[in-house]
Design a protein around this ligand. Structure first.
Ligand code: DX5
Ligand code: ZN
Length: 229
């Protein structure tokens, strides 16, 4: 079976108890925390920065933290996230003046590096960097907000990137972000994704006072993934 990872996006969590939310969703069988950084410049929304990432580490979150930078410029903030405990740092190539330099910077800080593609961003940005990345993140919504509907053309794009990764023969994760739910996660896995961001598809489910509130929804996702391969 493929090495599937579920990465809950804390954009949809209760920010008043973010540490507890992360601990609960990980205890329910998810694999890493997806951390959406928005700057009210590259995207029209403002979220969380390195201080919150560091606070999660201090709270005791040891799972990988998958920092998705929706910011421009990119480079200035990379070191701060590395110091705050980021595991993966991904960025949108059109938001960086020097893509190769930004990838090198992330790696030199000891993090895994990846590129993020909006629904209409061409895959040609991958042409000269397949040997330098650890993750490709395909957006299946336009970035900036949670709770949007999955854009179906992302399935074809996933298939294309899966072929590129297999041809490269490198250990590169293929992550999908936006509108991922129990209802479509199987189809998305079949198209080639191995890492699944889900915000509104997970957070808010179940009884708010139950620490096991996410067991059911995560279990349902795991069942769909098991059936997809
Ligand atoms: C959107 C973010 C996503 C978002 C996904 O810009 O990158 O990670 O939180 O949320 P859902 O799963 O609700 O579409
Ligand atoms: Zn994201």
């Amino acid at each position: 079976m493929a090495d599937f990872m579920i990465a809950p996006s804390i954009l949809a969590a209760d920010f008043a108890k973010i540490g507890e939310e992360c601990a609960n969703v990980l205890a329910s069988g998810t694999d890493m925390i997806h951390f959406d950084v928005m700057d009210n410049h590259y995207v029209p929304n403002l979220t969380i920065g390195p201080l919150v990432c560091e606070a999660l580490r201090q709270y005791g979150i040891t799972a990988p933290i998958d920092v998705h930078l929706m910011v421009s410029p990119v480079d200035r903030i990379v070191g701060d996230f590395a110091a705050a405990g980021a595991s993966y740092i991904t960025f949108h190539p059109e938001a960086s003046e020097h893509i190769d330099r930004t990838l090198q910077l992330i790696k030199s800080e000891g993090c895994q590096a990846g590129l993020v593609f909006n629904p209409a961003t061409p895959l040609s940005y991958l042409d000269y960097v397949m040997d330098k990345i650890d993750m490709v993140l395909l957006m299946s919504v336009n970035p900036g907000f949670g709770g949007q509907s999955f854009i179906p053309s992302a399935l074809d794009k996933l298939k294309q990137v899966r072929e590129m990764i297999d041809a490269a023969g490198r250990d590169i994760r293929l992550e999908i972000d936006g509108g991922v739910k129990v209802e479509n996660i199987g189809e998305i896995a079949a198209a080639g994704a191995d890492t699944f961001v889900s915000g509104s598809g997970i957070f808010g489910k179940g009884d708010a006072n139950d620490p096991h509130r996410y067991d059911t929804i995560v279990g349902q996702m795991r069942e769909k993934l098991a059936a997809a391969c």
